[in-house]
Design a protein around this ligand. Sequence first.
Ligand SMILES: [Zn+2]
Length: 317
Amino acid sequence: MIVKPPQKTEHLKQLEIMNERYLDIPSKTFDLFRRELSGYLGEKSLPYYVDLSNFTSRYDLYGLRLKDHNHHFQIDGLFLFPTFFLITEVKHLKGKLYLNESEQLIQNKDQEEKVYQHPLTQANLQKTQLQSLLTNLGYSNIPIHTLAIFTHDQAQLSFQHLDMIPVQQCPDRLQKLVSSYTERIYEMDQLLQLGKKLLTLHQERSISILEPKREILNNIRRGVFCPTCKPKAMRRTHGTWICSTCGHRDKNAHLDALCDFVYLFGFYINNKQARWFLLVDSLYTTSRILRKLEVETSGGTKFRVYNLKSLLRKYKR
Ligand SMILES: [Zn+2]
């Protein structure tokens, strides 16, 4: 059973929005976006293969971010079996992958080489941190196995290792692992309890919003995007948003744009900022749009500030 499914992190959502909203995205931000996205895609592809293995007595947690002694660590996939725990480190890398003499992972893609830490070194560090946390929770005497899984279908592995495998070999490897750990240490209800406890200890990385500096503001693609033609913006006419390219109409299309605003600039918005971001000229139209949101406000009529936090509940990304 999945206790925590693979999900986009708040950080990835923000980077995705930045990728859409920057006119000229800073290369550092773009690299980070690509990295976070590929991590998510890898994690997302895992449950299918894990489920093929048919071991239903386990609890799965994807993308856990935990804290041990002031250090955060993230586990791509944690699987709680009654006989052992499994930490998986997911690598969604394409191209030729090999290990050099110093045991670093090298990715050779389009004649370019990139260096990564040995995936099992990474996973073993997570293991040490998890062990210390589990000891504090009273779950100390269970073996923890580490496995690196390569999820990209264009990954070409040039090493052979039982615990560094392409995702397709995952069901088979799980089968062997389950039969090699034979001593039952925890019952399912204890594992569920632990799974739930770990879920409460999960801490999303907090995102930092953009500084409203001129060079940043001038580099932002504003407007209410048409869902089909984005980043083409829709126009507001007679109380609805219309796309002049595909004819799509949506009265509430500004809601997603306002949620984008939150990820870029934070929860609070006033009339002037909303006009700027939504590309609406009229103060009255904007005021109507904002009042209809029925969100928490502060300040008098003229300096009213709207708190958009509650909008995020319906935001799909
Ligand atoms: Zn359109």
